[in-house]
Ligand binder design. Structure first.
Ligand code: THU
Length: 142
């Protein structure tokens, strides 16, 4: 278990991701994703995936949560919980490459935790550094 995230906050993030997943708009894939993003200040922003008849404009749950937070002035994050599946949650879902890169913009990859959950007591945690090694970030273009 990663020491720097308390069990209580892990459970809260997963519960909020489960609730956000209920709002997933997925008429094309029926794959429903919920995410809950913890800010450095301790607030939680949630997101769901939002699909589109033209397919490409669809947005992932993780990026919905990040964009909600950033659009309200929050740009420093500690962790994100993700829960996904069709009807049953059968697997741990990891963020797609585009979402990893969007998260990377705002965090130190070594200090940001990705909680991939099947339920509040069945989850895996990895750092963003593990999921996106040798990443390209803001300092790469300075
Ligand atoms: N999706 C997410 O919301 N997050 C992920 O990390 C993986 C994929 C969404 C996009 C699309 O609406 C559906 O899941 C199937 O790919």
């Amino acid at each position: 278990m990663i020491e720097t995230l308390e069990n209580k906050i892990i459970s809260e993030l997963i519960s909020k991701a489960q609730i956000a997943r209920e709002f997933a708009y997925t008429p094309y894939s029926n794959f429903k994703v919920g995410a809950a993003l913890l800010t450095a200040e301790g607030e939680i922003y949630t997101g769901c995936n939002i699909e589109n008849a033209a397919y490409s404009p669809g947005n992932c749950a993780e990026r919905t949560a990040v964009f909600k937070a950033v659009s309200e002035g929050k740009t420093s994050f500690k962790a994100i919980a993700i829960i996904a599946g069709m009807d049953e949650i059968t697997d741990y879902t990891s963020p797609c490459g585009m979402c990893r890169q969007v998260l990377r913009e705002f965090v130190n990859p070594k200090d940001f935790f990705v909680i991939m959950a099947k339920s509040t007591d069945d989850y895996k945690i990895m750092t963003l550094e593990e999921l996106l090694p040798m990443s390209f970030g803001p300092s790469s273009i300075q």
